[in-house]
Design a protein around this ligand. Structure first.
Ligand code: HEC
Length: 131
């Protein structure tokens, strides 16, 4: 093979890799699509009252959602789980982190629906939108 052909092939492989990567990241849902249930919202409200309310008000979460516009929801979930509550990070159960996120989304005008929000099942496919 000539060097030129080889280089050409490498480019084709790199391009395919990029395209494949992009479709794996494609997000087909947004937080507008009923991606959490009303039950999660009411459980999340209790978590919020006891563990989050002291340090942030809803305006703070609104601004946070704005700054996370178009990002996968799972990144926010991971961030909150890894860093919050700031005085005791990671201290809540996985469900509590999930439910509090449902509550925060609901308070910012996003609708509850049929789908249970689940970090192990499709949360990486849901994009955040600015409220
Ligand atoms: C002891 C105070 C405290 C508590 C309790 C607390 N936070 Fe925070 N939180 C902070 C601080 C400090 C920051 C970072 C500074 C800032 O952006 O204001 C922050 C940042 C955040 C952010 C922004 C993250 C980002 O990178 O955009 C989110 C979302 C958040 N907190 C959610 C929560 C949730 C949900 C709870 C309840 C489970 C909670 N916090 C409880 C103090 C607290």
């Amino acid at each position: 093979m000539t060097k030129l052909v080889k280089t050409g092939l490498v480019h084709v492989f790199v391009l395919c890799g990029l395209l494949a990567g992009q479709s794996a990241l494609a997000q087909d849902k947004t937080v507008k699509d009923g991606v959490f249930t009303a039950t999660q919202v009411s459980s999340g409200a209790a978590v919020y009252e006891s563990s989050c309310k002291n340090c942030h008000n809803m305006r703070f979460y609104r601004d946070t959602l704005k700054s996370w516009d178009k990002q996968p929801l799972i990144y926010l979930w991971e961030t909150v789980m890894g860093t919050m509550p700031a005085d005791n990070p990671g201290s809540l159960g996985l469900d509590e982190y999930t439910n509090v996120l449902a509550y925060i989304l609901s308070e910012n005008g996003f609708p509850a629906g049929e789908h249970t929000l689940d970090p192990d099942n499709g949360m990486d496919q849901i994009s955040i939108l600015a409220p």
